[in-house]
Design a protein around this ligand. Sequence first.
Ligand SMILES: NC(=O)c1ccc[n+]([C@@H]2O[C@H](COP(=O)([O-])OP(=O)(O)OC[C@H]3O[C@@H](n4cnc5c(N)ncnc54)[C@H](OP(=O)(O)O)[C@@H]3O)[C@@H](O)[C@H]2O)c1
Length: 326
Amino acid sequence: MTQARAIQLTEFGSPDVMKLVTLDLPAPAAGEVQLRQTAIGFNYIDIYQRSGKYPLPTPTGLGHEAAGVVQAVGDGVTDLKVGDHVVYMNAGLGAYADCRNVPAAKMVKIPAGISDDDAAAVFFKAMTAQYLVKKTHKVATGDVVLVHAAAGGVGLILVRWAKALGAKVIGTAGSAAKCALAVSEGADACIDYTQSDWVAQVQAAMGSQKAHVVYDSVAQHTFMASLDLAAPFGMVVLYGAASGPAPAIEPELLNKKGCLFLTRPSVFPHNADPATFRANAADVFAAMGSGAIKATIGARFSLADLPAAHRAAESRATTGAIVITP
Ligand SMILES: NC(=O)c1ccc[n+]([C@@H]2O[C@H](COP(=O)([O-])OP(=O)(O)OC[C@H]3O[C@@H](n4cnc5c(N)ncnc54)[C@H](OP(=O)(O)O)[C@@H]3O)[C@@H](O)[C@H]2O)c1
């Protein structure tokens, strides 16, 4: 029996509800792989789940993605072998651990030339950006794209990918330094949305145009402005709620704002089908390989320091991705 160190929660609330415990880990079952995890990706959804905003049964693990090295394979696993470097997402909660059994179907091999750290920093966030720019709205040359929280994990990847697809990209972020980072990663302009006139500044940056698509993961602080900044027949994509839930609106408002389309998508259903998951993952790694997107690691923490990682993310002190090292 292998022993694993893992985060467990028996209640929800502040970051201190995350307790590091030692568990017995059985051999991998049929179809599973046992992974010695080398890098764990933090995602903002971890905060919604830890705090109880997205309710879960207890006790529960936490964390959606990690990279690592295969150290045992269960019966029936033919496409992975001991020593392979892999990354996974959407395999059930429990990525906050140093060792774990994961269904092989949820894993992909990390291509040569990409480190485990970079894979864990990017995978969940880039799989999110992938469906946002390729499916929810197919970003095309000449599009005007507005990305809120543009200096965050998903935000920086969206900026780079939309630029690579030929769009004009306007970002928003919570400080001048964060805006400078988004611009250095390719945004044509980035507006500090803590300033009282930020909406007018975004409109000025877009010139006579409005946004063909608005990627809004901030919600409460930004949502009504997103409706105003979208072009007629434009797409408003509400894909997170970092500042709190968006206000409820009447469907008729979408007509008044210009026959807008509004959607609230999630990465999980977009990757539920195994073949689609693999094709999307291949697209992500191809985009990394071509340099269209890259890992931007803003901070690193240990498993024992996870409460500090959550505090840093919640207080908006981070940029890019946070990687947890077991
Ligand atoms: N639907 C999906 O498929 C899906 C998948 C993955 C992630 N997401 C969502 O995408 C967003 C980005 O995820 P991420 O992991 O890359 O996180 P992140 O962007 O690195 O962190 C969230 C950012 O939200 C901004 N923010 C604005 N108001 C905030 C507030 N009141 N409190 C805290 N943060 C605030 C902060 O940036 P500023 O300081 O610049 O404002 C913060 O850095 C999250 O909302 C997440 O839930 C959705």
